[in-house]
Design a binder for this molecule. Structure first.
Ligand code: SF4
Length: 109
């Protein structure tokens, strides 16, 4: 049985996350608004999940409702995916719409 790992919801992982240019999110006005405020969002400690439209594998599902989860997900191409061995857990992508099982208790980060 695979031991759970937590993807840390921290700025270094935000900078690696591909969610910001993922087709699921590119047409979202809500995401665009959050990206415009990303510098301020990244200055907070700890980071606030609702402020940052990414690292859903670490933070939980998206708070923006105008994303398009039926579009192709880029998580499999992200460096975070092998770094945290996310291929050992379900789901294996689309974390923006499904809470990652590896990460149930990660909101504390
Ligand atoms: S695996 Fe997906 S949700 Fe997690 S940081 Fe990478 S692109 Fe973002």
């Amino acid at each position: 049985m695979q031991t759970a790992v937590s993807v840390h919801f921290v700025s270094t992982n935000v900078s690696k996350c591909l969610c910001f240019r993922c087709p699921v999110q590119t047409s979202s006005q809500c995401v665009s608004n959050k990206v415009m405020e990303i510098k301020e969002a990244l200055s907070k400690h700890p980071l606030v999940h609702e402020d940052i439209p990414g690292v859903y594998c670490g933070a939980g599902v998206a708070t923006c409702s105008d994303i398009k989860p039926e579009y192709e997900c880029m998580c499999g191409k992200c460096v975070i995916f092998p770094e945290y061995k996310l291929f050992n857990f379900q789901p294996m992508g689309h974390y923006c719409r499904m809470v990652a099982q590896n990460n149930i208790d990660n909101r504390k980060f």
